[in-house]
Design a protein around this ligand. Sequence first.
Ligand code: SF4
Length: 317
Amino acid sequence: MWTDEVRKLKQEKNAVILAHNYQIPEIQDIADFTGDSLALSRIAAKTDADVIVFCGVHFMAESAKILSPDKTVLIPDADAGCSLADSITADQLREWKAQHPDALVVSYVNTTAEVKALTDICCTSSNAVDVVNSIDPDQEILFCPDQFLGAHVKRETGRENIRIWAGECHVHAGINGKDLADQAAAHPEAPLYIHPECGCANSAIYLAGEGVIDPQRVHMLSTGGMLEQAGRDTEGTVLVATEVGMLHQLQQASPAVDFQPVNPKASCTYMKMITPEKLVASLREMRDEVTVPEDVAAKARQSLERMIAIGNPGSGE
Ligand code: SF4
């Protein structure tokens, strides 16, 4: 069995296995910890493991390395990228900053280490509003890379001096307002768990504002927030607007609830590149190692630590 092989190799290498919530169920089940990217990186940093195997996408493994510079960090497939992190490069951010030299940069954690190093303060989907509210109201802000999360923050804070980068995740952008309106009409009593990165997030607010959906039904939640809310919703149907891998954790958290995806095709191909075979090979051959140059890591760590210092470490994707 591949699971026996993973357990044996894990002991031999003194490794800890992390699985993001969007991984396939078999990977989630073999992992030592399953959760959102930042929480996993923080947990791994506190373990005495020599090796971290991050079953997720590349920027997440970079975050683990930033917070655990002395541990070896592996990802079972270094090609597992992220369309959202790719939507702003370090060069693009440098250019944007040059156009607005007095602005502060707030970046969602779905960014490369290089982009984090150019960032003043990071944020997650659950603390983005708190992070922006912690900044002087007269201070201009550049928010990147996610336009839907940026729109959510702008709406919640009421700030006008915030410029938003037009990036998006192809999976979350594909969960649109029509899917949401159709599902909400088909399940008129069901609560809605909506990740603020979703294309439908603005629609949910709009539909709630128009009285089409009862605002009480709409919960804008990070993946960690969804799990907490699942502990409170103990029966009936719940509609979930995020990547479909999340349903496995939600179903375990609240087995009597029927969790239904708003878009059943919302599956991240990058996340699904991590397979049991690649996990075994990763541990056996100690690949693919993820490294971050120390000067980049030091600056990126500062932008993460400034976020943690505001008192709500948050949970991201
Ligand atoms: S679901 Fe979107 S944001 Fe998340 S890893 Fe995949 S591409 Fe990136």
